[in-house]
Structures are given as structure tokens and as C-alpha cells.
Design a protein around this ligand. Sequence first.
Ligand code: GLV
Length: 325
Amino acid sequence: MKNPRILITEPIPQTVISHLKEFGEVTVGEKGQYNSEEALIDVLKNYDALLCMLSTPVTKKVLRSAPNLKIVANFAVGYNNIDVKTATNLDIKVANTPDVLTEACGDFAMALLMATTRNFYQAETYLREGKFKGWEPLGFLGMELRGKTLGIVGMGRIGQAFAHRAKAFGMNISYHNRSRLPKQIEEELDCSFISTTEELARQSDVLSLNCPLTSETHHLVDKDILTTMPKHAILINISRGPVVDEEALAEALHNKEIAGAGLDVFEREPEVHPRLLSAPNCTMLPHIASATFETREAIGMLAAKAIIKVFNGVPDKEISNLVTG
Ligand code: GLV
């Protein structure tokens, strides 16, 4: 197709927009403009391609209202915001952005773990509030990482990138995954497979969520898992908010049933549970794990290239980042 009409739901790196403009007729929405089904349904009949955010609800209703749509390219690796099954049935292709954000997310998981175990947020707030009156032998003591067990739920690319980094900090790595990793990768990572999330939660000093959000992983971390975790343990979540029952987590943090949590994602983004906001032992960030200049440009380019390849008639099997339902 010549000059396809492409909707980019909100501003992304300019290099990516310019690249797509050489290929089609591009419209860029405003921040949050297309975060509702209604807004999308209103305009999508006028577009051949959609480059959307993880906050864009590409539901059955939305897809059915878009007779010209050929491809939805998500500006994210997680694509739980898209009804892929309906898209596949309607012959609309769906692309995500694997690989390009792995290292940024691995770095970030490590940083969030450090910030949480060493009380960065609480200590910085204390300093900014003018309470720092000098070095204290018992001030802001945290958990050391060497020799502790990091339990990773979801040992895909990002889980493995985190494991590599944690290993360098002297941590022992255990994991649970839908399918066990090949022996060679387990040996390289020096990690142990644990057959259930419950057992992993019981054995881990740090439990990290790196799995996609699916119907199986929704509320995977619930009251029972939180009760199973040791009292000194920390929960890290950079996957998707609904993998955790936030209400149960807030209770566990307030009641000191676990020692803390580091969260980059929330159940009802951009809302944050008020009981989490008031939990003293919780480090929270606004979904920024992949937020580096390099990575966000690479994410955009990978999404844009999928759109261009689809309109250039490249066969599906040669577009490595297409997903199907
Ligand atoms: C970010 O959360 C992503 O899925 O890319």
C-alpha cells in the first residue's frame, strides 16, 4: 500500500516519527489522548496502522471499529493491552518490541532492588526534609545482597538480564517459569528451577516479578503468597501491576508481613493504591524501567519497522516481532 495512514497515539522520539513520515501519512496524538476505547473508536476507521502505547486499550470493540487497520504495533514488549486473539481473527497483525529494552530493564531492576533494600527513598526524603544531623551507626540499615536468594518469576529475557546482574552482586538465583530453561542457560546463569511460585516465595529473600500479565499471572502475588514470603523479604515488580493484588500487598506492607517492596508498575495505572502511598517501606516509580534515550528510540524504531515491513508485503515469518493470539 502506498502512503498508509498511521496513527501514533502520543509523542515518541522524533527520529522514529521522521522515519515513519518518509513512508506514510503520520498523525501524532497528545499524551493520554487515546487512553480510552471511545477516543480510539472515534478515529481508527481513518487509519491503516496504529502505533500505540501500553496504556492504549486495543480491545475487541476497538479492533472491530477499524475496518482499514492492518497492523497494531505496540511501543512496548508487554502487549496485554491488545486483544491479540481478536486482531488475529480480523487479520490485523500485532507487533511488540522484544530484546531492545532488555538491558535497560535489567539495569533498572537492579537499581530498584538496591533502592528498596538500602532505603534510598526514605533516606533521601529525610535529608531533603533537613533531618540529617550527621552520620549515624544505626541509621537506615538495609539488607545486604551478597549470599541472599533472588527468586525470579518469569525467566525470559528481562528476568535473565536481572539474574546476570544480581549474580555479580553475589546473589544466588532461583526461578520459576512456565517452562524450564535449557540446561545450558541454567548453567550459564547458575540458577535453580523451582517448580511452584509458592515454593519460590518461601525460599527467596527477594521475589522479583518479570513475567507477562496473562489470565494465569493475574494476582499471582496474592495474600497467600505474601504470607508465604519470609518477613525480611522484599518484593520487586517491574512487570505489570495486576500481577500483584495491590490491596493485599498494601496490607502486608503496613502489617510488616514482608520487609518492603519496589514497584515500577501498578494495578490501575496511573492510579496508585492510597494504602501503598502511605506504606513506609515501599519504593515506587512511575513505570520507567525502559526509560533511557537509547532504548526508547530503539523501541520506536522496532515498532515502526514492523509497520513498514507489513505494508511492504514482507512475509509474517520474516518479521520477528509479530505476535499472534
Ligand atoms: C514496558 O512496560 C514494556 O512492556 O515495554
